[in-house]
Design a protein around this ligand. Structure first.
Ligand SMILES: NC(=O)c1ccc[n+]([C@@H]2O[C@H](COP(=O)([O-])OP(=O)(O)OC[C@H]3O[C@@H](n4cnc5c(N)ncnc54)[C@H](OP(=O)(O)O)[C@@H]3O)[C@@H](O)[C@H]2O)c1
Length: 321
């Protein structure tokens, strides 16, 4: 990417999109195209077409999506499949129609089968049954990968799907009704500390193993991928396999360990209680990140450091007041 290339970051106010914008700004990219959902509803095909034809982006990072944790996914399954399919269909198709040079489609590790061999390699895609609680979301994302691959084969586009593991960081969603596990734990611990409560209740058994990537590390990986040489980028697109690359840390922790780390970092000395009536989800979800590591990129923010940065940014934004 040249420093003045027109780069469209879809979803630039979200956890992922805002980190990507911070990274691009810090690296001196000067021509970012940014629209809120109120300015451009990506489910509106005509509006997306006008936007692309008027602005002619050269690079697209698709970080706009309907996203949420187990509760949101199981309460609104129809919204999750419909909104994600519409957003990605419109953006991927218009990117092809205006001749975008490279597109990065962001998915998630839930595209892999519930019982995929660990760590999960890119070739685990479609080798088994999905975790039922977020199947509609996962299927939409799988359709997005297939769409990138199909457009690459039929039209010669360079569309790559990047699958990040669980993420956290500034601008995360701390609403307990729809948040992911780590921001939910941060909020619960902050509130318990403030209210002087002795116990924090954690959903599930605490046994599942999960991996957590700090959003600024992911953003760095996205810029790194979009800046690969044509030869290396095309190698990732391949022909016989989907154009897919995992982005993660390569290490996981149990939810119990994670909750303990949150308590330590935020200085909460009470106890943890595990509500086993709540679902656990998949037993383990660890990404195999050997592909991106071999290209020369590695995550570097530690969990403790990231949790503190994430908490401080939410506190400054008034999330806990
Ligand atoms: N969070 C994670 O742990 C995680 C993990 C792996 C992968 N990912 C992937 O990363 C991507 C972004 O996730 P995120 O966590 O950053 O989500 P997020 O914080 O909820 O942000 C989503 C963004 O999408 C935008 N958006 C949603 N619907 C839209 C629509 N109809 N039209 C235009 N914009 C719309 C929102 O815009 P407004 O702000 O204007 O409303 C928001 O900026 C997703 O594809 C997700 O699958 C996330």
């Amino acid at each position: 990417m040249r420093k003045d290339s027109a780069i469209y970051v879809a979803g630039h106010r979200g956890l992922v999109g805002s980190a990507i914008v911070r990274n691009l700004n810090a690296q001196g990219y000067t021509n970012l195209l940014l629209r809120t959902r109120a300015e451009l509803d990506l489910m509106d095909q005509a509006a997306v077409a006008s936007f692309f034809h008027e602005n002619m982006p050269k690079f697209v990072i698709l970080a706009a999506a309907r996203v949420g944790g187990i509760l949101a996914n199981s309460t609104y399954p129809a919204d999750f499949i419909r909104e994600n399919l519409l957003i990605q269909n419109n953006v991927i198709d218009l990117a092809y129609r205006v001749g975008v040079s490279r597109l990065l489609f962001l998915g998630s590790s839930c595209i892999y089968p519930k019982l995929a061999p660990q760590p999960m390699k890119e070739n685990a895609l479609l080798t088994g049954s999905l975790e039922p609680t977020n199947r509609p979301y996962a299927l939409a994302k799988i359709a997005g990968i297939e769409m990138c691959w199909s457009y690459n084969r039929q039209f010669g586009t360079r569309f790559l799907a990047a699958m990040p593991t669980n993420m956290y960081g500034p601008n995360d969603n701390f609403d307990l009704q729809s948040s992911h596990v780590l921001p939910a734990l941060i909020r619960k611990v902050v509130e318990a500390k403030f209210l002087g409560q002795g116990t924090v209740v954690v959903w599930g058994s605490g046994n599942p193993l999960r991996e957590f990537l700090y959003s600024d590390d992911l953003a760095e990986a996205c810029t790194f991928l979009l800046n690969l040489s044509d030869a290396k980028f095309d190698e990732l697109l391949g022909e016989t396999d989907p154009p897919l690359i995992n982005i993660g840390v390569g290490e996981d922790v149990s939810i119990r360990e994670l909750a303990q780390i949150v308590c330590e970092v935020l200085g909460f000395e009470g106890t943890l209680e595990f509500d086993t009536s709540k679902p656990d989800g998949a037993p383990r979800k660890l990404m195999d990140v050997s592909r991106i590591n071999a290209l020369g990129w590695k995550a570097h923010t530690s969990l403790r450091e990231g949790i503190l940065l994430s908490y401080e940014s939410a506190r400054r934004a008034g999330v806990f007041s």
